[in-house]
Design a protein around this ligand. Structure first.
Ligand SMILES: NC(=O)c1ccc[n+]([C@@H]2O[C@H](COP(=O)([O-])OP(=O)(O)OC[C@H]3O[C@@H](n4cnc5c(N)ncnc54)[C@H](OP(=O)(O)O)[C@@H]3O)[C@@H](O)[C@H]2O)c1
Length: 212
């Protein structure tokens, strides 16, 4: 698959490396290609361009930018380049404020998620929430003695979710599909829960598993 990543931070770099490892074509998109010089040296087959270059290139888009900039980045990518495409949304709506006793502050509220905002602003893109509830170091083929961890996903388009489930399977996750876009109201705050042991006790090496 041709995968276009929007972002140059840890999440974008880790996922881009994971897609390359699993045989996909990758282009990373950023305003500042210089940020990716080292990554490019280590991954000569990966491409780097603007947000628009990356979205245009992509069959599958991965949104991995600061939550506060997500809508602006998608606008910059060009809505025509998003039309009809699956968009993995790894972002979280983290506010520009320090955590309170280890609990991150969000700029959304419980009855409205960031992904719902993005889905209504870009109605022809097929957003699928994924990879937002685990640290970047564990996103690609994490190893736990308990087996595969669970990635909670949601989104309105069944075909896009099937494609993302396939990616998650390659990346060593089991998928728990929580339904339509509104489920992002529950999945985005998992990021708060995941980060608490880190902020309180420097524990960052866990992941969620749904037991049935
Ligand atoms: N870090 C993690 O372990 C982790 C885990 C799960 C989910 N997440 C979520 O994943 C997303 C990416 O996280 P990250 O830690 O990799 O990186 P980050 O530092 O949150 O974001 C960096 C990216 O945001 C873009 N950006 C920032 N301000 C911008 C603006 N005003 N206009 C346009 N673009 C802007 C940057 O663009 P340029 O490339 O142009 O500089 C860069 O690509 C976040 O939403 C985060 O909450 C992070």
């Amino acid at each position: 698959m041709k995968v276009g990543l929007l972002g140059s931070g840890d999440v974008a770099k880790v996922l881009a490396s994971g897609f390359l490892k699993h045989g996909h074509d990758v282009m990373m998109g950023t305003r500042t290609p210089a940020k990716l010089t080292e990554w490019k040296t280590q991954h000569s087959q990966g491409k780097v361009g603007s947000f628009a270059d990356s979205a245009k290139f992509a069959e599958l888009i991965v949104l991995a930018v600061k939550g506060t900039a997500a809508a602006e980045v998608l606008l910059g990518a060009g809505s025509t380049h998003l039309d009809g495409k699956p968009v993995i949304d790894a972002t979280n709506p983290i506010a520009e404020a320090p955590p309170t006793n280890g609990v991150l502050n969000f700029f959304t509220h419980l009855d409205e998620s960031l992904m719902e905002r993005l889905q209504s602003e870009f109605p022809r893109a097929h957003f699928v929430k994924a990879f937002n509830s685990v640290g970047s170091a564990l996103m690609v083929n994490p190893r736990f003695k308990e087996g595969r961890p669970t990635m909670f996903i949601c989104g309105n388009d069944e075909t896009a979710k099937r494609m993302v489930s396939g990616v998650l399977d390659q990346f060593g996750w089991e998928t728990a599909d929580m339904g339509k876009v509104e489920a992002a109201r529950a999945i985005e705050p998992l990021c708060m829960l995941w980060c608490i042991p880190g902020f309180l006790r420097q524990e960052w090496s866990h992941a969620f598993k749904l037991l049935k």
